[in-house]
Write a protein of this length. Structure first.
Length: 351
């Protein structure tokens, strides 16, 4: 439709029609298309020609039309909304996973409703599901992280499509996770291949599933290589906890290589070693986990394990929408591969 034709149609809209709430039929008349085409545009279908889509969107803007999600849900049995239950936004991994889920859901034409849970308990989980039920969602993604599903008293409600991130509950639920063990093995293997006698470890919090997976794999990799397993330090994902661990490790004469469970704690290690006169990587090598965008700006740039958060988010949305489509649960675990990114914080030990 030409701009003049569109403007002429807009001018023909009666004052009474403009005063009441615009309907899909009104948008169709103004855009010069069928109501079915307007519906396709509203639902984000890719089958609409881009020029037609722009006509429909402009007509919506002219009329102040907003798709009625409740009516659509009654007609098609869906709300085009995914609920996300999240126990912590403070960790970089959780926030980046959430960002990836939001982006992937938008590409599929779905909105996200976020329900943060302050205390990770069974009551907290059930309360979050109740709130999501009231807000009308088609499915739920739970960014678990903590060891909730390990306890026999903790379970997720049945009857709703669910995908869980960071959990070992694949025998009961659909789980999507980074391959934590493979990432840790890559980090340890890199340090041993450089010639270090062993690799020390700064682990994440005890209640974190991801932290435990990385710590268990770290120990297993050392044992399989037949090298000493040094005492493990414990952090809380923050750079401050890495700094405190680094001050202690700097006093260990046999410590020439450290694998930190995330990049934030690795940053704290770099600061502690600098303050104690331990030059990285000449005196001590450091490997992180996550591959934060700022990892290249650390001094020196950080060798780290790359997590593909975008792929985790995509697979979460894919798996949960597949459950919506087939109307059945699909227990099992999907692991997203990692890769080692070698930068300037690792080198062979001094002779």
């Amino acid at each position: 439709m030409s701009p003049s034709g569109f403007e002429a149609r807009a001018a023909q809209q009666s004052p009474a029609r403009r005063a009441r709430k615009a309907s899909m039929a009104d948008v169709a008349r103004l855009a010069g298309v069928s109501a079915q085409t307007v519906s396709r545009v509203s639902n984000g279908h890719s089958s609409v020609v881009e020029s037609t889509r722009e006509q429909v969107l402009e007509a919506m803007r002219q009329l102040g039309y907003r798709p009625n999600s409740a009516a659509r849900a009654l007609k098609y049995g869906e709300f085009r909304t995914i609920g996300v239950i999240l126990f912590s936004l403070s960790s970089v991994g959780n926030s980046r996973t959430l960002e990836a889920i939001v982006d992937s859901a938008a590409q599929e034409g779905y909105a996200i409703t976020l329900i943060p849970v302050a205390v990770p308990t069974q009551d907290g989980v059930l309360g979050a599901f109740t709130r999501l039920g009231e807000l009308a969602v088609d499915a739920v993604i739970v960014i678990m992280e903590v060891h909730l599903l390990d306890a026999a008293t903790v379970s997720l409600p049945v009857g709703v499509p669910v995908v869980v991130v960071d959990s070992n509950g694949g025998d009961r639920y659909t789980v999507v996770d980074t391959d934590q063990a493979d990432g840790a093995r890559r980090a340890v293997g890199h340090l041993l291949d450089l010639g270090h006698r062993t690799a020390w470890h700064v682990a994440g919090p005890e209640d974190s599933y991801a932290a435990e997976g990385r710590a268990v794999a770290w120990r297993a990799a050392l044992e399989e290589a037949g090298v000493p397993v040094p005492p493990m330090a414990r952090g809380d994902w923050t750079s401050g906890s890495g700094y405190r661990a680094g001050l202690a490790l700097a006093d260990e004469p046999d410590c020439t290589a450290v694998f930190a469970a995330n990049d934030q704690m690795a940053l704290g290690l770099l600061r502690a070693f600098h303050e104690r006169g331990r030059v990285v990587p000449r005196d001590i090598s450091v490997v992180g986990f996550d591959d934060l965008p700022d990892a290249t700006s650390f001094i020196p740039p950080l060798t780290t394990v790359h997590q593909d958060f975008a792929e985790v988010g995509r697979r979460c949305v894919e798996r949960v929408l597949r459950q919506v489509q087939h109307r059945r649960t699909e227990p099992g675990t999907t692991l997203v591969p990692t890769r080692l990114v070698v930068r300037g914080s690792t080198a062979p030990p001094r002779a």
